[in-house]
Ligand binder design. Structure first.
Ligand SMILES: Nc1ncnc2c1ncn2[C@@H]1O[C@H](COP(=O)(O)OP(=O)(O)O)[C@@H](O)[C@H]1O
Ligand SMILES: [Mg+2]
Length: 363
């Protein structure tokens, strides 16, 4: 079902993105690619892309979704690893076999089919991957380690070093990294920073973009066909104009449209989406309290794409004070890095139309 709200796992539920899927599958399955990085704003379908590819290839994998960790700490990472391994044991023979040697890593235990991690250091994680690599050498030669929403893992001290170690020495473990906060992800990857552990290591980058208006409508049409719902072209146009080719929001609309009329479905998709976006923005602002009003004002100004100087002018007018150029640049860089804004040519624009709705009620 195209309008299933869960992360998609099966090809038949996954619309378009054929090129990205083929690229990912090929790179997951070859002997040369060490690391794959999937970038794109939130709800564009990164997690679904990864799941579908893994499902098609049937390569054993461990998947850690850092978004679920909250503020990432080593303990959180290890507990996510335990969950991911328990999951993997259910799915793959490879991991059932690995289970019997897992306890060689001190701090890792097994109880029946469950994995329990009592260790509290990052070294448990590093040792586990070494073991995984050795084991894969004897078995499948290939296992995939996925870090979804990986930018959050930057907060764990030493994590980047472990990743660089895996990259260099654990050749049977392929690394897949996905993230919505594209600039923050770049910091994790050490882009332009020779001091960063991962600096200079080659990877395949797979960018994911919005659907264009025609494909967005096609997605909705096909979804409604599956459900046997007849929908006017005019309604589709309106939904697509409002939700802007972000497949996650279109899925929301389709899902609600099955239960309600057009107006109500669109209202629900927008209002639910808006509250999700608002939470994400609040999260970003919570550690930038002093500049809160400035960030909010910038987003409010961006009803339409604006240049750097237009934003500066608008912000100063709104706040009634001069603001230093470097500060403006920093605000904009942060908003871009965290995936709230995009820069096209010399214009800044909101990455998600619901962001504008989200800030309306914020002060
Ligand atoms: N290609 C696709 N076809 C159908 N639905 C999709 C597709 N990609 C994503 N979705 C839906 O959109 C929503 C967001 O997808 P997800 O993979 O979680 O995005 P991301 O990881 O980029 O935030 C989910 O409800 C998912 O079911
Ligand atoms: Mg995701």
């Amino acid at each position: 079902m195209l309008f299933d709200l869960n992360v998609k796992e099966r090809r038949e539920d996954f619309f378009n993105y054929d090129k990205e899927l083929e690229l990912l599958k090929r790179a997951m399955n070859d002997d040369i690619t060490r690391m794959i990085v999937i970038k794109g704003i939130r709800r564009i379908g990164k997690s679904s892309l990864i799941r579908v590819a893994l499902n098609e290839l049937k390569i054993p994998y461990v998947l850690i979704d850092a978004r679920l960790l909250g503020v990432a700490s080593v303990e959180d990472l290890l507990s996510a690893l335990a969950t991911a391994l328990t999951d993997a044991i259910k799915k793959f023979d490879f991991f059932r076999k690995l289970r019997s040697v897992l306890t060689r890593v001190s701090g890792i235990g097994v109880a029946g089919l469950s994995v329990i991690i009592s260790g509290k250091k990052l070294s448990v994680f590093a040792e586990f991957i070494n073991l995984l690599n050795e084991f894969a050498e004897k078995e499948t030669k290939r296992v995939v380690m996925v870090f979804d929403e990986a930018q959050d893992l930057r907060m764990i001290r030493g994590f980047e070093k472990v990743l660089a170690h895996v990259y260099d020495y654990c050749k049977n473990v392929k690394i897949v990294i996905a993230g919505s906060e594209v600039g923050v992800l770049d910091r994790l990857l050490g882009k332009n920073n020779p001091k960063a552990p991962l600096y200079g290591r080659a990877y395949l980058e797979i960018p994911m973009n919005r659907l264009d208006a025609e494909s967005s409508k096609e997605f909705l049409r096909r979804g409604f066909e599956q459900l046997g719902v007849k929908v006017d072209d005019k309604d589709l146009n309106e939904a697509v104009a409002k939700l802007d080719g972000i497949i996650g929001w279109l899925t929301f609309y389709g899902y609600y449209r099955y239960h309600y009329g057009h107006e109500e479905a669109l209202r629900r998709a927008v209002s639910e989406g808006t509250s999700i976006v608002r939470r994400e923005l609040e999260n970003f602002l919570s550690i930038r309290r002093q500049a809160r009003r400035r960030y909010l004002t910038i987003i409010k100004l961006l009803r339409e794409p604006l240049s750097w100087s237009e934003i500066k002018r608008g912000l100063e007018l709104e706040l009634g004070m001069k603001i230093h150029q470097q500060q403006i640049s920093r605000y904009l860089r942060e908003l871009v890095d965290y995936g709230f804004l995009e820069k096209h040519g010399n214009l800044y624009k909101l990455a998600d139309p619901l962001l504008y709705e989200a800030v309306k009620s914020l002060k």
